[in-house]
Write a new protein. Structure first.
Length: 565
């Protein structure tokens, strides 16, 4: 199912989650409290799919005067790193949200969780299983076929307590024993068939070091952590809907009063031409298919930030697609539309030429330089104007000149006239060609002094207006033209799962020798601009005083659909 730009109407209606929350408030549940949490695993960088969950959890707390915790689900030390913890916090703050002093970790509760597991053993609701993981999995059965009980299911509580304590002390090898909840091997819900709740991992944890040898599984730690923190609404994606009975079962064994977190599921954020699997994104990084987690082609928040996306555009996109109970693939063009809308209001207009062709204005004095005043952003008068120098030699785009143009070509060609943005009308009188390659090297023009833009300009009109840069004052730059990383709408949803064959070979094109107006020499990293007629661009981290580097954020129009028809 593919969603299109008609989703704009969704932002006007109330989501089912808001209806649930308002009903709970009306009934006075949890003393009128609203408390949510965002629980990322610190095993990779956040991507735009996580942005939807961030906006929902922090957004609902903000809207209803509640609180939202940041809680790291750090239950697997093999895959977790402090680097990921730091990046997650940076991304959330970049989106405009703050967890204040409420920064928690599942590892904060390792002691409580262990004690809870011991209580389950004492109640004969958990047991140690000596079978390998593949055997346990094979005994689970199918949704239509009951599972097979483990031969260790009838161990006594005292025997299980002894074994579990020895697991904790590191007496057994990894994979040799697990602790399982004793629920129902005939349940139609596979997650209720004696799920594993603890396993042995002998790797150092980024917070607890080597204190723990046994680690809780996500399903065991998640709900209990919600309970320990007083969370009222546990908002998660649809794949956890079948986990909810297990979530509730654990809470039933733990709770001591009427309070319990309420789990509500919503659809994930899926995008065309994009892959969201953290495992596969990590493969792209490690295999060198991208330059890193923050490669501007990646759907990671740090990658989108480096490309020039704004927090407001991402939040606007999330608002447009909304929250439903139906899984869908959203068209990436809607995200790009949200970016354009936001940058259109914020980004100063500047002049830049990516593929320069020199134009020499023969009748313009060689030693003369004029200051041309250009508006920074017609959408926002408060941004004022700037001065751009103009002289007898300027650069235009190579594609803006043709030796033998087709009909309705309103740019520069022999005998044709165009206006240089904010300056004069010029007429092509000739050109010079490289004899070996046939490439146009220079174009020769004349200008009409009475046609300078402004209130005293003549009434003369032409159909074409070109952007330009003064050759004498131009600043050199490297420009990286980024496009979609994949050339298939659903690169990770194919049968053979070989997503690499859908990598777009044209996803990055590096242009050197680009010419920019001199005001950009002082542009700061991540500063955003609209290069007139070309698109929106952002100063890259690699940019220095001696070498400007710009990334293309998004084109002015969605050309992908036309290209791929």
């Amino acid at each position: 199912m593919k969603e299109d730009n008609e989703t704009e109407t969704r932002s006007e209606s109330k989501s089912f989650i808001e209806s649930f929350i308002e009903a709970d408030l009306k009934e006075g549940k949890n003393g009128g409290r609203i408390h949510t949490r965002f629980p990322p695993e610190p095993n990779g960088y956040l991507h735009i799919g996580h942005a939807k969950a961030i906006c929902l959890n922090f957004g609902m707390a903000r809207k209803y005067g509640g609180k939202c915790n940041l809680r790291f689900d750090d239950t697997n030390p093999v895959k977790e790193e402090i680097e990921y913890v730091d990046s997650i916090k940076e991304d959330i703050r970049w989106l405009g949200f703050d967890w204040e002093e409420r920064e928690y970790y599942a590892s904060d509760y390792f002691g409580k969780l262990f004690d809870f597991a011991v209580e389950l053993i004492k109640k004969d609701l958990a047991y140690v299983d000596d079978q390998p993981a593949d055997v346990i999995s094979s005994q689970k059965g199918t949704p239509s076929q009951p599972g097979i009980e483990s031969p260790f299911r009838k161990r006594t509580a005292s025997e299980n307590l002894n074994l579990f304590e020895r697991m904790k002390q590191g007496e057994f090898d990894e994979g040799s024993r697990v602790l399982r909840a004793k629920i129902d091997m005939t349940s139609p819900n596979m997650h209720m068939r004696d799920p594993i709740i603890y396993r042995i991992i002998k790797s150092s944890h980024h917070r607890t070091g080597n204190t723990w040898i046994v680690y809780p599984m996500y399903d065991f730690a998640h709900g209990q952590s919600d309970y320990f923190e007083g969370v009222t609404h546990s908002l998660c994606t649809l794949e956890f809907e079948v986990h909810r009975p297990l979530y509730d079962w654990f809470i039933d064994q733990l709770k001591s009063d009427d309070y319990r977190p309420r789990q509500i599921e919503f659809n994930r954020l899926n995008l065309t031409y994009t892959m969201m699997s953290k495992r596969k994104l990590l493969e792209l990084v490690r295999e060198g298919n991208v330059s890193g987690w923050d490669d501007p082609r990646m759907p990671t928040l740090c990658g989108l930030r480096r490309r020039g996306y704004t927090p407001e555009s991402i939040k606007r996109f999330v608002d447009l697609i909304g929250y439903t109970k139906v899984e869908a693939i959203n068209d990436i063009s809607l995200l790009e539309h949200a970016v354009r809308e936001d940058l259109n209001l914020k980004a100063p207009r500047v002049l830049g030429v990516l593929n320069p062709l020199k134009v020499i204005i023969k009748n313009y004095p060689r030693d003369k330089v004029e200051n041309v005043e250009l508006v920074n952003n017609p959408e926002d008068e408060s941004m004022g104007s700037r001065i751009v120098p103009f002289c007898n030699e300027v650069f235009i785009e190579q594609e803006d000149f043709m030796e033998s143009p087709p009909n309705k070509f309103f740019r520069l060609a022999p005998g044709m006239e165009v206006r240089l943005k904010g300056a004069y009308i010029i007429k092509c009188e000739g050109f010079k060609k490289d004899e070996k390659t046939g490439n146009i090297e220079e174009v020769y023009c004349t200008y009409d002094p009475a046609t300078r833009s402004g209130e005293h300009a003549s009434e003369k009109k032409v159909k074409g207006t070109l952007h330009w840069v003064s050759a004498r004052h131009a600043v050199d730059a490297e420009v990286r033209l980024y496009d979609r990383l994949f050339n298939h709408e659903d690169p990770s949803g194919q049968k053979d799962d070989d997503y690499r064959k859908f990598l777009n070979p044209a996803s990055l094109k590096v242009l050197n020798g680009c010419k920019l107006e001199p005001s950009l020499k002082s542009a700061k990293r991540l500063e955003k601009f609209q290069f007139q007629r070309l698109g929106y661009f952002c100063v890259d981290y690699d940019s220095t005083e001696s070498k400007l580097v710009f990334n293309r954020t998004v084109q002015l129009k969605d050309t992908w659909a036309k290209i791929n028809k």
